[in-house]
Unconditional design. Sequence first.
Length: 178
Amino acid sequence: MSRIGKLPIPIPAGVKVQIQGRRVQVEGPKGKLAYEHNAQVAVAQEPGRLLVSRDDAQAGASAQQGLARTLINNMVVGVTKGYVRELDIIGVGFRAEVKGPTLFVTVGFTQPAEIAVPPGIEVRVDKNTHLVVTGIDKRLVGQFAANVRRLRPPEPYKGKGIKYTEEKVRRKEGKTSA
């Protein structure tokens, strides 16, 4: 039995939920998101909450129930509070800047790397080395932050590269001469 899937999803004030067949649309103060769930689960709306149920006869229905519940809950949180992912750029001469819908990241290559900022994502650069990625879609915010980090992941000897602010980089000891 899915322990996550059976929990009700609270709907805060100011959030509208529309269910049309398998499509769930959530609209709140920060924007609008939609999700089409698997046929093995059903979403029902009650006053102040959503319930996700499943068809017990099909294999994998429990996993689909937990997945659908989590994704819909992420949508509700996204349209009310939003999601934030922060990155730090560490290294001499490493920096970033936003020009229009493009993020330019200088991390030791001959040319700055250009990353197009997708719609629905906002990127802010503080002090040239601190990136703040915000948006209402948790998957989109996380994926964009991962794409930026992939340019130059932190290396274990000097710690240079792009890392998440809360990430701890395990440092290795370098070569020693006798």
